[in-house]
Every structure is written in C-alpha cells, then in structure tokens.
Design a protein around this ligand. Structure first.
Ligand code: 1CP
Length: 354
C-alpha cells in the first residue's frame, strides 16, 4: 500500500535484503533466488533429521522446524528461507482429522462434502498453532539479515484436498461440488480463507518478511470460473495481510490464462511456472507487480551446460519485469542433486551482479 511504499527500507536487516527489495520492485545488487521445496527431501541432512519422525509431527516441533528451515540457507546460500511446514497444518489445527502419508501427500479421514462437514472446520487462533509462532520467532533471530517467507495454501487448493480426501489429478469431486452446490462451495472457501488468513497473520506477527499464498491447483480452472468461485476468497486472504506491510506472493501451476487475475487477487509478486516466459508473463500480469520463477525443475537433471543456458535465459527474460525473484516454476523434485542447486545459486548471483 501507499504507506509501505512511502517508508524507505531500513539499512540492513531482512527488509533491505535483495529478496524483499525485488518483491517491492526496488533496485537490487543481484537477482535474488530461493527454491520452492528447498527444505525437503533433496537434502540428505533433511532425511537424516526426519528419520522416524512423521511429517505432521515434525511440523509441530519448533526445534526441527528451525533446523530444517535453516538447512538450505546454509548449504545453498539462497536469498530467502521458507518456513518448513505444510499447507494442511492449519487445517489439521482447525479440527480436521488428516495425515501426510509418505509417497502420497495429505490424506483426509472424512472428506468434506456436506454442510455438516463444513461445520467441522472451526476458526483457528494463535494458540492452535503456537508451535509455528515459536518456530518463526526463533528463525527470525537465527536468520539475521536473511528474510523468512511464511506461507499458506489458498482456499481452492485446500478445498481440493478436503473434498477429494487426498491428492487428485482431475479435482473432479471438487469441481462437482463447486458447480453443483455453489452456496456450500462458497461457505467452505470462506472458512478456509479465514483459516489461511489467520495462519498467515500469526506468521506475520512473529516476524516473517514476506508471505506466499500457494494456489497450486488453480490452473485447472478457466479464468471465468476462477473469478466466480475462487477470486473473492483468495482476495480476502491477501487483503487480510495488507496491514502487515510485507510483500505477498501468489503462486499457482499451469496458470498462463490466470496470471492477470492472480495479480488482481491482491499480490505484490506473481509466481509463474515454466510454460510462460517471464517477459510474456509480465505483459499478462500488467504493471506494478514483480514476478517470481520460472526454471523448469526438470532442467536440473540435464548436464550443466544445458542448466546454465536455461538459467541465463530465465534471467534475461526476467529483466522485462519491474522486479524478479528467481525460483523454479514448481517445487524441487526429491531426486534433484543438491550440488546442482548450489551451483545454480552461484551462477544467478554472479551473472546478475549489477
Ligand atoms: O521447502 C519448502 O518449500 C517448505 C515446506 C513445504 C511447503 C511450502 C512443504 C513441506 N509443503 C509445502 C506446501 C505444499 N504442500 C503445497 C504447495 C506447494 C506445491 O504446490 O508443491 C502443496 C500442494 C502441498 C501438499 C503436499 N504436501 C503434497 C503434494 C501432494 C499432491 O497433491 O501431489 C505432498 C507430497 C506433501 C507432503 C510434504 N510437504 C512438505 C514436505 C517436505 C512433504 C513431504 C513429506 C515427506 O517427507 O514425506
């Protein structure tokens, strides 16, 4: 907002970091980079720490969250940390019986398909996710000048797990409910927007320097349906963060047709996948927003000369945007060689040095 743009960033500290400056479309010493899913299974030190600890339990232990979040910062020298958690953590805190099953993802014991089911989703307060509050506060101290990114799942993507009961390729049941029972759909999404919004405000109050709203599966919708069934709810989440004065990143996969409206939902930065070049994406998003992306995660499995060529292409296309945060177009794949990630960070910093 205006107040935020008017106050100059303080010297030093995470608010003056290349990552936050790029989000705000301010000049940067080099293009900042971080990777979605940087804290996770591509790192042997992560697998060691997680051995024998179920995913949801690890998200509820501030000591583990802190250490896992720091691992990729130490190893790769990325420009930002992302909190180790999961999009279903606040939904579990809201009273939904679910688990994160290795090799599958979130699995919901009793999927949400009726008005009575929606009633089971109660609002959350900081007390329901005190372990997140605690972990963020300890991370902000540990990270010093390196910014920490908080996140939440957007209502559509969360609804898809809750309605399907787990991961889905088609989101058929979710869409059937959306088209067939629009009132129930909007009631469900309004509750999810409240939960996601409060989860982000807890992280903002604890000191994160930016937030990302993951609407990973929104790209499965047409723009018209996105506007009718999803936009009001994601807008409510992101508008509820406006007072925090920190950049808001909005991300989805396969969103070439939705880039403009993802920006309209209240984002300062729009995440772009590899299908749309960043210069074309900048035109679609319109003025006044930075972009984040968009190297294909699969490129990291190619020989180094191919990786280098693709990284340089993304950097060059990113120059068309008023601000560019380098990232992958989606998360790091578990089989990725971490040494390639480190080398990509070095290349980006060196090739983009102003
Ligand atoms: O490093 C980081 O990015 C931080 C940690 C993080 C984040 C941001 C995790 C840890 N999950 C998420 C968000 C998340 N979770 C998203 C949005 C980002 C994306 O699109 O990838 C989604 C869709 C989920 C749901 C989820 N959780 C899946 C996908 C299932 C599907 O539908 O295909 C899976 C596999 C998980 C489990 C999970 N979350 C995170 C980790 C490290 C894991 C693997 C758990 C394990 O070790 O078994």
């Amino acid at each position: 907002g205006a107040a935020r743009d008017a106050s100059p960033a303080p010297d030093g500290g995470p608010a003056d970091s290349p990552f936050v400056r790029a989000c705000r479309r301010e000049p940067v010493p080099h293009t900042p980079v971080w990777f979605m899913r940087q804290a996770g299974r591509s790192l042997p030190e992560y697998r060691e720490l997680r051995a024998g600890v179920p995913m949801l339990e690890s998200c509820r232990r501030p000591d583990l969250v802190t250490e896992i979040t720091l691992q990729p910062v130490r190893r790769h020298g990325v420009d930002a940390a992302i909190l180790f958690s999961d999009i279903v953590v606040p939904v579990a805190a809201a009273g939904i019986d679910l688990d994160i099953v290795p090799g599958t993802g979130p699995v919901v014991a009793e999927p949400i398909r009726s008005a009575a089911d929606v009633e089971r989703l109660r609002p959350i307060t900081v007390d329901d996710v005190s372990y997140v509050d605690e972990a963020v506060r300890s991370l902000v101290v540990e990270l010093g000048d390196t910014p920490l990114i908080g996140f939440a799942g957007a209502p559509f993507t969360l609804a898809s797990y809750l309605v399907e009961g787990g991961p889905s390729r088609t989101h058929a049941r979710t869409k059937a409910l959306m088209y067939g029972e629009p009132e129930l759909w909007h009631a469900l999404c309004a509750r999810l927007a409240d939960i996601a919004g409060e989860f982000l405000r807890v992280q903002a109050r604890a000191g994160v320097s930016a937030v990302q709203l993951f609407d990973s599966w929104a790209g499965t919708l047409s723009e018209a349906d996105y506007r009718r069934y999803v936009l009001p709810h994601s807008l409510a989440v992101l508008e509820g963060l406006a007072d925090a004065g920190i950049p808001r990143i909005h991300f989805g996969v396969g969103t070439a047709e939705l880039l403009g409206v993802l920006g309209e939902a209240g984002a300062d930065v729009v995440g772009v996948d590899w299908r749309t070049p960043l210069d074309a994406a900048t035109v679609r998003i319109g003025p006044g927003k930075a972009v984040q992306g968009n190297l294909d995660p699969c490129v990291l499995f190619a020989p180094w000369p191919a990786v280098e060529k693709e990284v340089r292409r993304v950097l060059a296309e990113g120059l068309a945007a008023p601000g560019h945060v380098f990232n992958l177009g989606h998360g790091v794949l578990p089989e990725t060689d971490p040494e390639v990630l480190t080398r990509v960070v070095e290349l980006i910093h060196q090739a983009s040095a102003r």
